[in-house]
Design a protein around this ligand. Structure first.
Ligand code: PGA
Length: 252
């Protein structure tokens, strides 16, 4: 059995005071939950405050990105070591906003996955197709390339630490969620691809999250699918009430 994981991606939102207040509300409501892994990913400037606020609770903290070198003359960047030092346990890598807005390639994303694993952090590797790629029949080719390239040099014994997040680009922040059947089709494909890369047992243990307009109203349906192990939540993770409802989805 795979333990579900719900992660909140706060993107470029919140001041220090707002982040501390949200983290406290989440800790008070969810901090003792043991049947699920809960992760929040605030901006870098908020990490220390959020890590301090959720300390000694079940809530883990993720960076939203990292640079794939341990230290050095890389102005404006943050290393996996620095995330670890700050108290993070996860790092989100390859989010479609970074692929599109910052031009991140699969090869660069792969370096970051390797850097996080070397620092003892769990990568949340995001993959996803655009609407054009889906409609032109290239979806599975694109997703396979993102996955295979993103996981290059990852050893089978490390692969279980990697969380994959399937986030169709057309569903992010648009209010359009993939149907549970559309998501399940891709999740099953991702698990099959992981099996070919790392073996069946590893693929069965790997967690695959769905992301893209996840909200309290659709989480239950998504979580009934056999290969959906949780969610990466953007907009709905910014209000405590919504995120708490999502984490409290109806268990089978
Ligand atoms: P959304 O974002 O839930 O606001 O669609 C998801 C994400 O970008 O991770």
């Amino acid at each position: 059995m795979r333990k579900p994981l719900i992660a909140g991606n706060w993107k470029m939102h919140k001041t220090l005071a707002e982040a501390a207040a949200l983290a406290k509300e989440l800790k008070d409501s969810l901090g003792t939950m043991t049947d699920i892994d809960i992760v929040v990913a605030p901006s870098f400037t908020l990490l220390n405050t959020v890590v301090t606020t959720v300390r000694d609770s079940a809530i883990a903290v993720a960076g939203q990105n990292c640079y794939p070198r341990p230290s050095g003359a890389f102005t404006g960047e943050i290393s996996a070591e620095q995330l670890k030092d700050c108290g993070c346990a996860y790092g989100i890598i390859g989010h479609s906003e970074r692929r599109q807005l910052c031009g991140e390639s699969n090869a660069f994303i792969n370096q970051k996955v390797v850097a996080l694993l070397s620092s003892g952090l769990r990568p949340i590797l995001c993959i996803g197709e655009t609407l054009e790629e889906r409609e032109s029949g290239q979806m599975l080719t694109i997703l396979k390339e993102q996955l295979v390239s993103g996981l290059r040099q990852v050893l089978p014994q490390q692969a279980g630490e990697v969380v994959v997040a399937y986030e169709p680009v057309w569903a992010i922040g648009t209010g359009k969620t993939a149907s549970s059947a559309q998501a399940e089709e891709v999740h099953a494909f991702v698990r099959d691809t992981l099996g070919k890369l790392f073996g069946h047992d590893c693929a069965q243990k790997s967690r695959i999250l769905y992301g893209g307009s996840v909200k309290p109203a659709n989480i239950d349906e998504l979580m009934t699918q056999p290969n959906i192990d949780g969610a990466l939540v953007g907009g709905a993770s910014l209000q405590a009430d919504d995120f708490i409802k999502i984490v409290s989805f109806t268990r089978p």
